[in-house]
Design a protein around this ligand. Structure first.
Ligand code: ISL
Ligand code: CA
Length: 583
C-alpha cells in the first residue's frame, strides 16, 4: 500500500565513518545531543499478546486473561518487562477486537473484569507493566454512541461520527476503505452516509467534536486507574480528517494512507491528549504510524513537542511488500529503512524495533528460511538496533507462516476484502491471490501459540478457534525448553544481554557496510563503549572482510559455536555475533 517512492523522504544524513578520531567524535556529538533521559520504556522488552490465540484456560478454544496469567512465569523467564495486549474490550469481533462496542467492558470471550484485574496483579507482582491498545479512530457500529448517532439527524450523538450527504446521486467522495470497497456507507434511517476507513461496521469518530476527545481522555483515565501503564495507539495519524474531504487523485488512491494521515488538527489533538492524560499520569505511548514519513517523525516523537513517545514505521517490516502483494527486495534496501528510521527521530526522539505484529506475516518466513538459525539471526537484528524492542507472541520460538489451500480457511476480514476486490471482480486469478496471501496475510501471525507437540499445541483442551500450524509437532515451547541451542534459549540469552548492556539500548547506531548484499554489520556506541554486531542474513556461508578501522575484540554473543577469526571472517549461514572492538 505504501508506495515506496513517496514514502522515501529526502531526509539526508552524513555517514559517520569510523576511521580516525573525527568519525568517533561525530558519533559522540550526535549522541550528546541525543542523550535523552533514561526511561523504563526505552529499556523495555515489550511482548505483544494477541489474547485470542495465546492460551486458553477454560477449554472453550479461545485464549483468555487467565490463560495469559498462567503463562506469566514463562514470559518473566524470557525477560519480558512489558505486555502489550491486543484489544481486550467488548467487541463483536468483526476485526479481531479492533471494532469496540464498549470501551469500559472487557471482551467476555477473554473473561471478566475480575480476571483482567487478576492478570494485572500477576503482571505487577512480576514487575511487568501492561499497555493496552487504544482504538479510537473508529468504534464498532454496535457502540451505543453510534446507535444513537444513526437514530436521527438531530440526536446529540450525531456529531460523534462523520455524516455526509451523497453527491450527484452517488457517494460523498471517492475514498476507498482499507478493507475493500468504498469508505462510505448509506444509512437508510436518515438517508446520509457515514465514513469508515476500515470495515463498514467500524464507523470513524469525529475528533473535531470536543466531546469525542473528552470521551477518549476519560477512557484512557479509566484504564490507567486499573493499572495500565500506557497505550499502543491504533492508526492514530488518521484521527483528524482532511479538510473538505475532497476526492483523491488517481495517484493518491494508490496509497490513501498518505492523505488520510496528518490531518489539519492531528498534532493539536495529540498534544492535548498528552497534556490532559499522558504526561500527568506518566503513561507511555506508541503510535501506529501508517501514512507518516520519516521526515514527519519528529512532529510526533520530539520530546519537546509533548505528543507521543515513539511510533511504529512499517517500511522495515514491510520491505518487499506492496499492500498484500510481494515484490523483489534486497538486504541493502532493508538496511536503509533501518538507518532512515533510526535517524528520523531527531536528536530528542525515540523509535521502535520490531519485525512482527498481528498484522504481518512471521519474520522467519518473510526474511528467513523458516529455520531456527534464521530466527536467531533475525532476533539479533531486532535486539541489536536502537529503539524499544517489540516482539510478537511465538516469535521467540520461531513460529512460521501457515499455508492455507483455499480462501475459506482464512479468518481475517482483510483477506476476505482483498479477495472480493480482486478475484471477486475478475481482476486476478484465485491462484495468484492465494499465493500472495500465503506470504502476506495477517492470519499468518494469528494462529494459536504452540506450547507443545500435541494437535492442539497445548493452547487449549477444547477445539481451537483457529487452526494451529501443523508444525507445532516440531516448533513448540516444551521442546525448546529442553534444548539449550533452541531459538527460545537464544532469545533468553540475547534479552538478558541487552538488559545488562546499556550500549544496546542507548548507544548510537551506525551501519558500517550498507552496500553489502548479504551481511548486516553495525556498531553501537555509548560514551567510550563501542560494540560491533554482524549478521549473515543469508542461507549460505559468507566471508566478511572487517573494515580497515576495526579490530575484532572479544565475542560477547554468538548464534553459533564456531568463532569467526582473522580479518576476513567466515560466517556460517545465518550466523551473527556481538563483539567488542579492540583498539
Ligand atoms: O494490515 C493492514 C492491511 O494489511 C494495514 O493497512 C492495517 O490496516 C493498518 O496497519 C492499521 O491497522 C490497525 O488498525 C486496523 C486493524 O485491523 C489492525 O489490526 C490494526 O493494527 C483497524 O483498526
Ligand atoms: Ca477461553
Amino acid at each position: 500500500m505504501l508506495s515506496k517512492m513517496r514514502r522515501r523522504t529526502t531526509l539526508k544524513f552524513i555517514p559517520l565513518l569510523l576511521s580516525g578520531g573525527a568519525g568517533l567524535s561525530m558519533i559522540n556529538s550526535v549522541e550528546a545531543q541525543g542523550k535523552s533521559q533514561h526511561t523504563w520504556w526505552k529499556e523495555a522488552i515489550v511482548y505483544q499478546v494477541f489474547i485470542r490465540s495465546f492460551a486458553d484456560s477454560n477449554g472453550d478454544g479461545i485464549g483468555d486473561f487467565r490463560g495469559l496469567l498462567n503463562r506469566l512465569d514463562y514470559l518473566e523467564n524470557l525477560g519480558v518487562t512489558v505486555l502489550w495486549l491486543n484489544p481486550h474490550y467488548d467487541s463483536p469481533n468483526v476485526d479481531s477486537g479492533y471494532d469496540i462496542r464498549d470501551y469500559r467492558k472487557v471482551n467476555s470471550d477473554f473473561g471478566t473484569m475480575e480476571d483482567f484485574e487478576a492478570l494485572m496483579a500477576g503482571a505487577h507482582a512480576r514487575d511487568m507493566k501492561v499497555i493496552v491498545d487504544l482504538v479510537v479512530n473508529h468504534t464498532s457500529d454496535q457502540h451505543i454512541w453510534f446507535q444513537k448517532s444513526r437514530s436521527s439527524r438531530d440526536n446529540p450523538y450525531r456529531d460523534y461520527y462523520i455524516w455526509r450527504d451523497g453527491k450527484n446521486g452517488g457517494l460523498p467522495n471517492n475514498y476507498p476503505s482499507f478493507f475493500g470497497g468504498k469508505a462510505w456507507q448509506n444509512d437508510s434511517k436518515t438517508g446520509q452516509y457515514y465514513l469508515h476507513y476500515y470495515e463498514r461496521c467500524q464507523p470513524d469518530l469525529n475528533w473535531d467534536n470536543p466531546k469525542v476527545r473528552q470521551e477518549v481522555h476519560d477512557i484512557m483515565r479509566f484504564w490507567i486507574a486499573r493499572g495500565v501503564s500506557g497505550f499502543r495507539m491504533d492508526v492514530i495519524p488518521f484521527i483528524s480528517k482532511p479538510a473538505g474531504l475532497r476526492d483523491l487523485t488517481i495517484e493518491e488512491l494508490q496509497d490513501p494512507s498518505v492523505v488520510f494521515a496528518n490531518g489539519p488538527h492531528l498534532h493539536t489533538y495529540l498534544h492535548e491528549m498528552n497534556q490532559k492524560v499522558l504526561s500527568p499520569h506518566n503513561a507511555m505511548s506508541v503510535g501506529e504510524a501508517f501514512g507518516v514519513s520519516y521526515a514527519q517523525t519528529p512532529l510526533f516523537v520530539s520530546q519537546q513537542r509533548k505528543e507521543l513517545d515513539m511510533i511504529f514505521h512499517f517500511d522495515t517490516a514491510r520491505v518487499g511488500r506492496k499492500d498484500w502483494e510481494t515484490r523483489p527486495w534486497t538486504l541493502q534496501e532493508l538496511k536503509e529503512t533501518i538507518t532512515e528510521d533510526d535517524r528520523s527521530t531527531g536528536p530528542d526522539g525515540w523509535t521502535t524495533s520490531f519485525l512482527e505484529n498481528h498484522d504481518n506475516p512471521r519474520a522467519v518466513s518473510r526474511f528467513g528460511d523458516n529455520s531456527p538459525a534464521s530466527a536467531k539471526a533475525l532476533s539479533l537484528l531486532v535486539m541489536g538496533r536502537r529503539g524499544t524492542v517489540f516482539i510478537f507472541q511465538g516469535q521467540e520460538i520461531g513460529m512460521t507462516n501457515i499455508s492455507f489451500d483455499k480462501i475459506e480457511d482464512f479468518e481475517d476480514v482483510n483477506a476476505k476484502g482483498i479477495w472480493a476486490d480482486t478475484v471477486g471482480r475478475g481482476t486476478h486469478s484465485a491462484n495468484a491471490v492465494l499465493t500472495e496471501l500465503r506470504q502476506t496475510s495477517r492470519d499468518n501471525a494469528r494462529t494459536p501459540m504452540q506450547w507443545n507437540n500435541t494437535t492442539t499445541g497445548g493452547f487449549t483442551t477444547g477445539t481451537p478457534w483457529f487452526r494451529l500450524n501443523p508444525n507445532t509437532d516440531r516448533i513448540n515451547v516444551a521442546a525448546q525448553e529442553l534444548d539449550s541451542s533452541s531459538v527460545l534459549a537464544f532469545y533468553r540469552q540475547i534479552i538478558s544481554f541487552r538488559k545488562s548492556h546499556p550500549v544496546l539500548v542507548y548507544g548510537t547506531f551506525q551501519d558500517i557496510d550498507p552496500q553489502n548484499p548479504n551481511i548486516f554489520a553495525f556498531t553501537r556506541t555509548l560514551d567510550n563503549n563501542q560494540i560491533l554486531i554482524f549478521i549473515n542474513l543469508t542461507a549460505q556461508s559468507q566471508a566478511w572482510a572487517l573494515p580497515a578501522e576495526i579490530n575484532l575484540g572479544k565475542i560477547l554473543l554468538n548464534t553459533h559455536m564456531v568463532k569467526p577469526m582473522g580479518r576476513t571472517l567466515s560466517l556460517a549461514p545465518w550466523q551473527g555475533c556481538i563483539t567488542a572492538i579492540s583498539s
